[in-house]
Each structure stands twice: as structure tokens, then as C-alpha cells.
Design a protein around this ligand. Sequence first.
Ligand SMILES: N[C@H](CCC(=O)N[C@@H](CS)C(=O)NCCC(=O)O)C(=O)O
Ligand SMILES: [Mg+2]
Length: 499
Amino acid sequence: HHRTRTASVVGALKNKKNTGLTPITMEIGVCEGLKDDLVREMVDDALIWTSLHGLVVGDKNDKRSGEVPGVGLVHAPFSLLPMSLPRTHFIQACELSTIFNDLVDRVSLDGEFLQESLSRTKKVDPFTSRLLDIHRKMMESDKKEDIRLGLHRSDYMLDGATNLLYQIELNTIASSFSGLSCIVGELHRNLINHYGKNLGLDSRNLPLNPSISRYAEALSKAWNEYNDPSSVVLVVVQPLERNMYDQHWLCATLREKHNVRTIRKTLTEIESEGVVLPDGTLQVCGKNVSVVYFRAGYSPDDYPSEAEWRARYLLEQSSAVKCPSISYHLVGTKKIQQELAKPNVLERFVENKHAIEKLRKSFAGLWSLDNMDTVNDAIEKPEFYVLKPQREGGGNNIYGDDVRDTLMRLKNERSEEISAYILMQRIFPKESRAYLVRDGICRSNNAVSELGIFGAYLRNKDKVIVNDQCGYLVRTKASSSNEGGVASGYAVLDSIYLT
Ligand SMILES: N[C@H](CCC(=O)N[C@@H](CS)C(=O)NCCC(=O)O)C(=O)O
Ligand SMILES: [Mg+2]
């Protein structure tokens, strides 16, 4: 019976000294055949609660679910109980949020650093190359972004061997789940309030999650800074979006709480309906746009033709507040993540020594493929590495034997393509038992979790108006699966139980 400190409440229960409470019997298997009525009762309550509280996504079995709101909904996949996280690590992750917000803004202003760091990627990665072209045009026209809004999510894993928190990546575009993640926490609060005694859990250990309210507040403050009361927030979306309710939670909060209107358009629609007036004002369907909030545009699939690139360029040229600007978008690439981890690079952007120390402490091993020693080590021991292209949106990273095969191919072909990738140390979080509920079915698995901290940064010239951590996201997946995306169907939404 290996000694592992469990990272899930359910696991913790199993190890709990018997306090006279009957912890849940833990069986690996599927909930349908559960001996334990308590879990089945909780699952039913949870399925009802999620449906009544908008913890929903479009159902991939319904072809209209990504297009017509209210059609083909299914509960968002969720973990029945929260994962336990030491308070110290949660505080560490929250403290890093404002430091990363500052770092993104500072790096975004160094156009040459971005162009230089990505210059070799540009040669072999057409998508990143197009982003750099737009960025270069902004530099050449000396385009200034006085008002800057970043809605980021910095993702971490807690390494099982060292009990250290490592950043997996920093998302600076289309950071998902600020809408749904706080609702999962309320689901767990509800379940623990009702079943806490049986579980030996206290709902006061569930941290409040202000993800919707703070993200919406940052968007409304950016709308305010632009100072055009007739203007709207433009949400750039994909033609089919099954995660639309996560987005609608933000838009509905903007309208109900801040009286700010939003419009949803695809890049294709923007190309045909958008114009930039001589004074720089962006107009779409005749409405002035103050803020462009991207929930698309981060993947080559979002640019099926030149029309979508023209749309991206049009948005960038306008005086609207882009979230993110092309610079903020580029700062969030994996190549920049790897460059910032090189010695003496953070010192170029951050003065505060303590801040630099905290950042460095959160960096896992990150290497370009110029380091032949590392490449050879990864060929020998591929299971300790993740090979990452410059892609967002999940499902693009390379694991296990594919790391070796890909590196061997790139090496033997002496291919320039090698500069499109970075190597990252693979982090192994502690496994623990969790009940994962998807499509109404509950399965008990050994699982691992990834913690995302939402951050918002709003600046107007020299005035920093918002620099805040905005709550959190937890995604939990069966430890057997490499990929961790919720939208891609591997992970479920989870929350935190502080221990
Ligand atoms: N459909 C788009 C999805 C946007 C998207 O993929 N965002 C990336 C960061 S770039 C991300 O946050 N991935 C974690 C979400 C997961 O685990 O599935 C949306 O929701 O607007
Ligand atoms: Mg990402």
C-alpha cells in the first residue's frame, strides 16, 4: 500500500482516522454498480443542481448545440467532490497572479524581444508567422495601445515528488471557464452543506471563487476607460461553440450588473460587417466597439481563409481595447514561456527581486530544441518530457514515445521545424481517487488535477486600474490520460477544498 498523500478530499476521507464518521467506501469502478447509496444519492442531487444552476455545455450529440442557445444542453462534466489543496499552495498561486499580470504587460511592450524570440519559429510555423506579421505592422505604424486589458489564466500542477507548484502554461487569450468554474464551487458547497456530516467535511474550507464577477468587472472597467457610452463589447467567437454558456455567464453579468451590452461575431462576420473609421473607431453592424474580447483567434482553425486574417488585422488597427492585443497574444506563446525561463531574462522586465524569485520558483524545466543534451535526454527518457508546438486550445502537446519519435525525426531530417517546438519537464501530480461525472454517468478513477488562477490586468497609459487575481479553475482528469482539456473531453471541472 504505497504511501501517497492524497490530493483529493475523497482520498483523504479514505485515510481519515475513523472519527466515528463513516467515510465513503472507495471502490475503483463505475458508480452505476455502486454499493454505496450515499454516492448515488449525491450524484443524482448534483445532476439536478447543475441543471438548475446553468452548469451546462452544448451536447456534442445534438448538431445544433453549438449554434442555437438553449438547444441540446447537457451538464458540464464535473467531479463529485472537490480536490484537496494545501492552503499554502493556493496562496502561492494567487500571489503569482498579479506578478504574471505585470510581467505580461512589460514583455508586451518589448516588440523586438517578441519578434527576435519568435524569429526562428516564424520560419517554420505559418500560423505564428501570421500573428508576427500583424505585430510587425503595428510596430512599423508605431501603433500605441494606451488602454490594455489582459484576462489571463495561469495553470499549475503540484508535483507529487517535490510537493512544489509548477506553472504548466500562461494563457493570455480565450482563457476559458471563468463562467463555469465558480459554479462548480457552489455545487460542492451545496453538496457538502447537505452531506458534510457523512463526509466529515466542512464547507467553510471551500474558498469563494469570484471568477465571473471579477472578469466581468474588468471588462466593464475597460469599457468605461474607452469612454463611449454608446459602445458595446465585441466577443469574437467560433462559428460553433459548445462552451457558449461559459461565455454567456460573462456577457449576462456584464449586462445585468454593469449595464454593458455585448455582441457575438465570428472573424468571418467581422470581416464583412466591420469597419474602422478614420479616427480609429471600430464599428460592427453600425455599433461602436470599445472592447474586443477574443474567445476565438488562437488556433489556425479559426482562420480558414484570408478573410479571417483581414478581420484580425482590422481589429488590431482599431482604437478598441483588444483583449488580448496581438502583443499580449504573442507573450502567451510557449516559445516566450521558454525564453522567459532562460537566465537573466526576467531581470530585463521585472525590477523586484522577490517577484523574480517567486516567478523562477514556479518555472518547470523549459528548453528550446537547440539544447542537444536535453534533446538526447528526451530521446532516451521521453516519459519525463512534454514536446509542445506553438498551439493553443488543447490536444496539441506530444507525450511519451511520440516525444522520442518526433525528436528523432526532426534530428535525422535536420529539420528547421525543430524551432517550432519547446521541450518542457513533465510534472507528475499526486494521484488520488475521484468520482468523475460525465453525461449523467459517474465513474470512480485515479485522477490528477490542474489548478488555473484567473488574473485581470487593466491599464490606461501610466495608470494601472486593475491588477487582480480573479478566482480559480480546477480541472481533474483520469491519471491515465495525457491531455487535460475539458472541452476536448478528457478532464472534468472541479473545485478546491483547502487543507
Ligand atoms: N471554446 C473556446 C475554447 C478556448 C480555449 O481553448 N481556451 C484555452 C486557452 S487558449 C483554454 O482555456 N483551454 C482550457 C479549456 C479546456 O480545458 O477545455 C472558449 O471556451 O472560448
Ligand atoms: Mg493554453
